[in-house]
Design a protein around this ligand. Structure first.
Ligand SMILES: [Zn+2]
Length: 1041
């Protein structure tokens, strides 16, 4: 994977998912206490302790060490969290765009001296209970992290990771497969033309179909032009074919050395064990070297610079004449000056975040564009940070106006400064981010410190957020002009300023293709007949190697017996608030944060309003409410909560494929002390939402449409899957109009609808639909709520939710369900049904459609990408059916043992596989795929492979481990009990499902393959997103859109 820069500014930006179980289960922090006993100067397994620091604001203790013989740096963060994380980071500073660090990142994972089998990294996914395994190439470092809750697993993975990075095989064929190669289109037929292939080559082609990425890449390259930041670490597809295998090996020797490494561990496992293993298996085999990887300071400019670039046209853009992006960037100081970096990060948020910030008011509300330009705000991923601001979706003539607005806004800020409330809201955000527990906290921390540490900054200093906030307050107190002076220094009087504009060129994709053809011609023309013969033979050898059965027995593995046979149950209590509304209470160690959710069923909503539900949800908390206009409302939300979100949901039933619940989920969280204020805000939003601000509504709609359209290159496979399942179940159909489940953020239909709305000159008619939806949602009929908080906070939480519900009205008249088939279904609770849920049963109103007939449909969405996203969906069995468990294991088995090889290794796609979703739809998919119909052929071969039972017991066990690593993934205190609340799924039911998973047998797998997946057995749906396709165009069974 390759990462360039980041998207949003923030301090401890959270990834999706949330912290680990086991946290705070015990009183006191034994992991921290143990860590605090280390003394400076103490020697442990070849390392010497140099610093021990308690960081109470993050409930952790930091131990800094260095390795005596090699100089390797080490940071351990002890914390009472069972989701332990390891990472090793190398400073990788390439001087060309051949993608050498990125290709190396891929290639070291292809086999090592102790683990010489092909692709140990992917194989470990099936031999472990890891909660995370990946690798990232950033602009100036490469990071290899993994996390797991199991100590044995930790040792296994550590062993594989250490061997991979320090002793990789780096075979020539691995370089060919992962990097680039010339190969015949059909490797078996030397008459077919030679073309470029390779995983990274295709990955980067895919990356640069994303116009936002093109823009970000140019900003970094041109603002920091003197050293490594002027090149593309991920690789420019036009330069990748210049890299040789020799250069790759050389780069490894000079960069992947302990003297250039930073080790990081996090969690409650003992430090000594980690140090012992790392010293013994890796570091003891090296001597110190002088590394030459440091990035020198960028020489400051004496006058501003400007550049214009082009990109591909965006066929989904809201307005085709408005596709220009312009951004202004300023160079900031070195990120290792942690307090200056903290201040400028904060200042950047004040300048651009939310409707009260000066740049939002001046730029977004100018109506000139659709959204901010990419990477606005503070970018601290390079040695010297930078700040960017600008607009996208503008017309070319408006470029100068945008630049003038930026200059004027800077002047205004220097003159007027910021309101105290705005600063308080931001400091509140830092406080709540520190307290909110995520399940991937270790990963968040390693990413947070990586850049600063990479340039020899002090990572411990960076983590002491409490003292940074205190120092910041002090500076403001001593000098009320503190922030204004910074704006003057860094923005107004800074000649190191870059203006970059990007306009679409209709010929861009053609020109790119032309350049590739030229490059190819140049390569092919230089080949001798002998070279050609060799290419043909190596192509065959690679295919052969990929098809050969692999012996992975050298790799360590957990066994199915290492999986916990039973899961731990979460105690839940259901009570009725205001006499009628069910509220689920879940007492958890939430660290002083309260999590509130409400779900309102939508079974009375007329069908014609359905497509507007996502829009309704996305603007509901952003248009103002009660006496607050939208600015005041945004201020209150930031001051009092960690965010208030509203999202549409389709919840599939666990027994019937044609039954589901549709509704809207309201969720928010806040510090204990702000609960009454947060509930008051909800009350105002429910009772008097404002749907009048048409101008602000237009701003929101444009941003939303732009976001959806920018999201396609990254989630094309999800769009393809949603589309392909559309005609298979009634939920599939609904997902298409109104998505929101799991990671699917939208569907092609939603994208098109939003594009249409964004183009309307009069938004009044759309805005007036929203109060109609309101009538069906914002009242207390058919609502249920949940609260996750500490036990001490529960009685106050109950009072607050009671008051909130009493403030709500009933719907005016008894509303008729629009669909005649509404069934009431009780969620399991009460001691007779469920031992861990007490209180009355919650009735959910499900919609069912006994007349629904699944039908087959094949859709090709034409998109101007050089790669495809393919999805094939099959209607199978609901959650409680034992077949569901078998299909779940089967999906994993097919991915690991068949599709990965066919689609990624042989086909050259970035990814591909099979999965089963909760609604019983089985999906085969590919991601950034150079092939299209051939991939569909691979899908059907995968089914034949499964039906023939061409897998071993070992393969089945591995698939089970892999499935359980997801089933048993840690759940954050904020999210426990959520399955029961939303889907009526009790822990007993989940335990039954676990047992079904354990019981899956070889016969069961073959049986479900035959019963559901074969042609003519179950209904299939197909969707393809990608460029024009001659084969599909002449096949009338496809609908092209
Ligand atoms: Zn990659």
């Amino acid at each position: 994977m390759w990462r360039c820069g980041g998207r949003a500014p923030g301090f401890l930006r959270r990834r999706s998912g949330g912290a680990s179980p086991g946290a705070w289960r015990r009183r006191g922090s034994s992991a921290c206490e143990r860590a605090q006993q280390h003394k400076v100067g103490e020697q442990i397994h070849g390392f010497t302790v140099s610093q021990v620091t308690a960081i109470p604001e993050l409930s952790l203790t930091a131990v800094k060490l260095s390795h005596d013989r090699t100089g390797a740096k080490y940071l351990h963060l002890a914390r009472e969290d069972s989701n332990n994380l390891f990472s090793v980071q190398f400073r990788t500073t390439p001087m060309d765009s051949s993608g050498v660090p990125h290709i190396l990142e891929h290639t070291v994972l292809c086999g090592s001296h102790r683990y010489p089998c092909r692709d140990p990294f992917f194989k470990m996914l099936n031999r472990s209970l890891s909660t995370f395994m990946n690798a990232f190439t950033a602009s100036d470092y490469t990071l290899y992290p993994f996390s797991t809750q199991n100590p044995k697993d930790f040792q296994n993975l550590l062993s594989v990771y250490l061997d991979a990075v320090f002793f990789p095989c780096l075979r020539e064929l691995d370089f060919w497969q992962e990097g680039w190669r010339l190969e015949h289109e059909n490797p078996r037929d030397p008459q077919t033309p030679l073309i470029f292939k390779g995983v990274v080559f295709n990955e980067m082609k895919g990356v640069f179909t994303d116009n936002e990425r093109i823009f970000s890449q140019h900003v970094q390259n041109r603002l920091l032009p003197d050293h490594t930041y002027s090149v593309i670490s991920g690789g420019d597809p036009m330069c990748i074919p210049d890299l040789t295998w020799e250069q790759l090996k050389q780069f490894h020797a000079t960069h992947y050395h302990p003297s250039n490494a930073r080790f990081f561990t996090y969690g409650n496992f003992p430090l000594e064990q980690h140090l012992k293993q790392i010293h013994k298996e890796a570091l003891s085999k090296f001597e110190k070297i002088e590394t030459n990887t440091a990035v020198p300071a960028q020489k400051p400019w004496d006058k501003p610079r400007e550049f214009q670039i082009t990109c591909g046209p965006d066929s989904l853009a809201a307005d085709s004449s408005k596709q220009t992006t312009v951004g202004v960037s300023f160079l900031l100081p070195d990120i290792t000056d942690t307090f200056e970096a903290f201040t400028l990060n904060l200042l950047s948020s004040l300048l651009i975040s939310g409707p009260n910030s000066p740049f939002y008011k001046a730029l977004i509300e100018s109506g000139l564009g659709t959204d901010f330009s990419p990477d606005v705000g503070y970018n601290g991923y390079t040695r010297e940070a930078y700040f960017s601001v600008g607009l996208q979706g503008i017309s070319e003539q408006d470029t100068q106006s945008v630049r003038d607005i930026i200059d004027r806004t800077i002047e205004e800020v220097i003159e007027k400064g910021f309101k105290e409330d705005q600063i308080e809201a931001l400091l509140h955000k830092i406080e709540i981010q520190m307290k909110h527990q995520s399940v991937s906290f270790g990963l968040t921390l390693t990413s947070y410190i990586a850049s600063c540490w990479n340039h020899d900054g002090d990572p411990v200093q960076l983590l002491k957020l409490g003292s940074q906030v205190a120092r910041f307050r002090q500076c403001l107190k001593e000098n009320p002009q503190f922030l204004q002076e910074k704006v003057k220094q860094y923005f107004k009087n800074n000649p190191h300023k870059l203006t970059l504009s990007m306009t679409p060129d209709d010929k861009y994709p053609e020109k790119q293709a032309q350049m590739e053809t030229e490059k190819l011609k140049q390569k092919v023309n230089s080949l001798s007949p002998k070279d050609k013969q060799q290419i043909y033979e190596k192509g065959l050898e690679l295919q052969d190697q990929q098809s050969r059965l692999q012996d992975a027995s050298c790799l360590p593995a957990l066994k199915v017996s290492d999986i916990e046979p039973t899961m731990s149950f979460t105690e839940l209590e259901v009570a009725l608030a205001a006499g009628e509304t069910p509220v689920q209470y879940c007492a958890q160690p939430t660290n002083g944060v309260v999590y509130f959710r409400a779900f309102a069923s939508l079974h009375t909503l007329p069908n014609e309003l359905r497509p507007y539900v996502p829009l309704f949800c996305s603007v509901l908390t952003k248009l103002g409410c009660g006496l607050l206009d939208y600015r005041e409302q945004a201020q209150q939300i930031e001051l009092k909560t960690g965010g208030m979100t509203v999202s549409p949901h389709v919840l599939p039933d666990d027994v019937h494929l044609d039954t589901y619940e549709q509704g809207v989920l309201f969720s928010s969280f806040c510090l204990d002390r702000n609960l009454p204020d947060m509930m008051h805000l909800w009350s105002e939003i429910f009772n008097s939402p404002c749907f009048e601000e048409e101008e602000h509504f237009r701003v929101l709609v444009k941003m939303c449409a732009q976001e959806l359209s920018n999201g396609i290159p990254d989630s094309g496979h999800l769009y393809a899957s949603v589309r392909a399942s559309r005609t298979l179940t009634p939920t599939g159909d609904l997902q298409e109009t109104f998505s929101g489940m799991e990671q699917v953020s939208a569907s092609p239909a939603q994208v098109k609808l939003m594009k249409r709305i964004a183009e309307m000159t009069d938004l009044g008619p759309v805005l007036r639909k929203l109060p109609h939806i309101q009538k069906h949602v914002l009242h207390r009929d058919n609502m249920r709520c949940s609260m996750n908080a500490t036990p001490q906070q529960m009685s106050l939480a109950a009072k607050a939710v009671e008051k909130f519900i009493r403030s709500l009205s009933w719907s005016k008249k008894e509303q008729e369900p629009v669909c005649p088939y509404v069934v009431e279904k009780p969620a399991p609770s009460g001691s007779s049904v469920s031992s861990h849920v007490s209180g009355p049963r919650v009735l959910r109103k499900l919609i069912t459609d006994p007349t629904f007939k699944p039908c087959q449909m094949k859709t090709h969405f034409l998109l101007p990408f050089p790669v495809n996203y393919v999805g094939e969906c099959i209607r199978t069995a609901p959650f409680t059916d034992p077949d569901h468990a078998s299909l779940k294991i089967l999906a994993r088995l097919m991915t690991a043992k068949f599709l990965h090889t066919e689609i990624r290794e042989k086909g050259g796609a970035y990814g591909g596989g099979a999965r089963l979703s909760r609604d019983g739809v089985f999906t085969l998919y590919s991601y950034r795929d150079p092939r299209s119909t051939e991939t569909l052929q691979s899908f059907s071969e995968a089914v034949e492979w499964a039906k023939a039972g061409r897998f071993t017991q070992q393969d089945i066990d591995e698939a089970k481990l892999s499935v359980f690593s997801v089933v048993d993934a840690p759940v954050a205190p904020s999210d426990r009990g959520l399955d029961h609340f939303l889907c009526g799924l009790s822990d007993e039911m989940k335990q039954v499902h676990r047992e079904q998973l354990f019981a899956v047998s070889r016969e069961g797998l073959i049986n479900v393959s035959t019963k559901y997946l074969g042609v003519g057995k179950s209904t299939h749906g197909l969707a393809l997103l990608g460029p024009e396709n001659a084969e599909i165009a002449k096949d009338p069974s496809w609908i092209v859109r």
